[in-house]
Design a protein around this ligand. Structure first.
Ligand code: ADP
Ligand code: TRP
Length: 323
């Protein structure tokens, strides 16, 4: 049987190259080898967003972006979290099994509070909902980044506890967190992230992408000076998209001297445009037909609900909720 690989992405803005090379590309590759479960985590977004129009827009936008990038609804499970309300039922049940102490130790909750976010009960309970996303689909593998590692461990703890208290019901997801995922640098050299305003968006207008690429921060070495390619943002981004021969050419030119940062940025920009051109066409087509996206999401929810429903039958039986 194929492994079930599951991940969720919060609808929180336009996808950028860091999202693509850090997560989405891998997810799309999983469609070949595994049963992929991918969803838009709009209920999680409610912990930080309370603007209905904005949430609707962001949800459709991220779904459109993912479909354009190659998520194939016929070969995977692709849906919006809130379209499977059983998930929140399981989240409640899990929260009843989870000691306060465990929840209080959640880094992401503590970090948000440290940043001055007014904590809501929803934010506190974020890990229970995330655990429910995973456990309701009996996922084998959840390839998350380091920031989500603790949440995944909490999901495992909750599954183990459930099985201990109510009998073997939920699959304990594999404790496999790939830590070899490269952190993709943003235009200022630190991790590319919406929150740092240093992103290169995938589906923005050409002029916006150009401005981002040409704005990549470099040192002030002149054209003829030799430069170290490793750790240089232009080179690190180029390497993600260029073939090995092209990568070597850029590395050699940098080392030898003679390649200025301005020209290197132009080469990178061209590579980005070429890499994402086919996706941009598909993106435009979906943008022109938003109903298509809505239909895909509705069908996706229907398909995955069959599985969630099966899990919930077992959970209701095991807990005594089915009387
Ligand atoms: P952002 O930091 O822009 O808010 P998210 O936290 O929404 O991005 O990330 C969504 C997914 O993309 C996560 O799986 C995350 O690990 C991945 N990701 C985001 N930025 C990067 C990056 N710079 N390098 C590698 N992966 C990234
Ligand atoms: N919390 C994750 C993030 O912010 C998104 C998410 C929600 C998720 N539910 C999940 C990821 C279940 C993996 C599995 O990136």
């Amino acid at each position: 049987m194929k492994k079930r690989v599951l991940s969720g992405i919060q609808p929180s803005g336009n996808l950028h190259i860091g999202n693509y090379f850090g997560m989405i590309k891998r997810m799309i590759e999983y469609q070949e080898s595994s049963d992929l479960f991918l969803f838009v985590a709009n209920l999680h977004s409610l912990t930080t967003l309370s603007d209905a129009k904005e949430l609707k827009k962001l949800t459709l936008d991220v779904a459109t972006d993912l479909l354009a990038l190659g998520v194939d609804p016929d070969r995977c499970y692709f849906w919006v979290q809130s379209d499977v309300p059983e998930t929140t039922e399981l989240a409640w049940i899990l929260s009843c099994l989870t000691p306060m102490g465990l929840m209080e130790r959640a880094h992401s909750y503590k970090d948000k509070i440290a940043k001055g976010v007014q904590p809501s009960l929803g934010l506190f309970n974020y890990p229970s909902l995330m655990a429910a996303d995973i456990l309701i689909n009996q996922a084998d593998v959840v390839p998350v980044g380091k920031d989500q590692k603790q949440h995944l461990e909490m999901a495992r703890d909750m599954a183990v506890k459930f099985n201990k208290v109510f009998g073997e019901t939920l699959k304990v997801p594999e404790h496999e967190i790939p830590d070899d995922i490269a952190v993709i640098p943003g235009t200022d050299g630190q991790k590319m992230s919406k929150s740092y305003g240093n992103t290169i968006p995938i589906f923005a207008e050409d002029a916006v992408i150009k401005k981002a690429v040409m704005g990549i921060v470099t040192d002030s070495k002149g054209i003829d000076e030799p430069k170290e390619p490793e750790g240089n943002t232009i080179y690190e981004l180029y390497k993600l998209m260029a073939d090995p021969a092209e990568t070597k050419v850029m590395a050699d030119q940098f080392k030898k001297g003679g390649l200025g940062y301005g020209d290197a940025k132009k080469i990178l920009l061209e590579k980005i445009q070429k890499t994402f051109a086919p996706y941009r066409e598909k993106h435009q087509e979906l943008k022109n037909h938003p109903k298509k996206v809505e239909t895909i999401l509705a069908k996706g929810a229907e398909k995955v609900r069959i599985l969630s429903h099966q899990t919930m039958l077992m959970v209701r039986e095991a807990t005594g909720l089915k009387y």
